[in-house]
Write a protein that binds this ligand. Structure first.
Ligand SMILES: [Zn+2]
Length: 245
C-alpha cells in the first residue's frame, strides 16, 4: 500500500491512509472513532495490554488478518464486483478460512436478512470537522448502518462505534438512520460458520456515543497536549513519524 499522509497541496476531500489508519481532510487530520475510544475509554480490551501473552497477541493478529480479508471480499461481492468465490491460498492468496466465512456470508445475505435493499455502499467514510470513520455497510441510503465482525466475541463498547457512525452519517446526509448493528461471523472448531445479526438500540447508542465524544472534547480542552490531533494518531503512525523525524 502507499501512504497518503503526505499533505502538501492535498485536495480538501476526506481520505484514509491505509498504511497508518489515518484520516485526512486536505492537510488536516481527523481523529478516528477508535482513536477517540482509545484516548478516553479507561478500560482497554482484554487482549490489548503489555502483559498480554504472545500466544494471545498472535491469535488476535491472526483473527484481524482473517477479518480484513473477509471484509475486503464481502465489500466487493455485495456491490457486484466479485462474481465468484476467490481461489484460496494456493491460487491467489486468500485464506481458506476467510473464503469459508465469505461463503457463509453470501448464503446469509442471499436469504435477504434486511428485506428489500435498494442501495448498498461499502467501506463508506463518514466525517465531520474533527472525526472520521469507515462504515462497512450502508443500506438504503443510510437506513441501515452495519459493521462486519469476524472476532469470536464483540467488545461491549462496540455499540458506541455504531452510534458514532450513525451520528456522522445522519449529519452528513440528513437522513434518519433506522437500524444499527453488527453482522457477526463466528466459527467454532469442527462446526460450520455462523452468521447472526446483532442490533443495537439506536437512541441508546447515539446518546452514549454523545457522552463519550463530549468527554473526549473536554479532555482536549483541558489538556494542552491533547489539543493537537496528532496525539490521537494510531501508534504505528506515531512510531513512523518519530522514526522519520
Ligand atoms: Zn500514511
Amino acid at each position: 500500500m502507499t501512504c497518503t499522509c503526505q499533505t502538501v497541496e492535498a485536495v480538501p476531500v476526506i481520505r484514509l491512509c491505509q498504511d497508518h489508519h489515518c484520516y485526512w481532510y486536505g492537510d488536516q487530520r481527523r481523529t478516528s472513532i477508535s482513536g477517540v475510544m482509545k484516548r478516553v475509554w479507561p478500560v482497554k480490551p482484554s487482549w490489548d495490554s503489555q502483559d498480554t501473552p504472545d500466544s494471545v497477541k498472535r491469535k488476535v493478529e491472526n483473527a484481524r488478518e482473517r477479518g480484513q480479508q473477509v471484509d475486503e471480499m464481502f465489500s466487493q461481492w455485495v456491490v457486484g464486483n466479485l462474481k465468484v468465490l476467490p481461489p484460496t491460498i494456493n491460487g491467489a492468496g486468500r485464506r481458506d478460512d476467510a473464503v469459508e466465512r465469505l461463503s457463509a456470508l453470501m448464503d446469509w445475505w442471499n436469504s435477504r436478512p434486511f428485506g428489500e435493499v435498494n442501495y448498498v455502499a461499502t467501506q463508506k467514510i463518514v466525517h465531520d470537522d474533527e472525526l472520521a470513520g469507515t462504515i462497512d455497510l450502508v443500506l438504503n441510503c443510510g437506513e441501515y448502518i452495519l459493521d462486519l465482525k469476524n472476532t469470536s466475541s464483540i467488545e461491549t463498547t462496540h455499540s458506541l462505534k455504531l452510534g458514532a457512525y450513525a451520528d456522522l452519517h445522519q449529519r452528513m446526509h440528513g437522513r434518519k438512520v433506522r437500524v444499527i448493528g453488527d453482522i457477526h461471523v463466528t466459527k467454532k472448531r469442527d462446526e460450520p460458520v455462523k452468521v447472526k445479526f446483532r442490533e443495537y438500540e439506536l437512541s441508546i447508542a447515539l446518546n452514549e456515543w454523545q457522552k463519550v465524544r463530549e468527554f473526549w472534547s473536554l479532555v482536549r480542552r483541558k489538556t494542552k497536549a491533547a489539543q493537537n490531533a496528532e496525539i490521537d494518531m494510531e501508534p504505528e503512525l506515531e512510531t513512523a513519524w518519530r522514526r522519520e523525524a
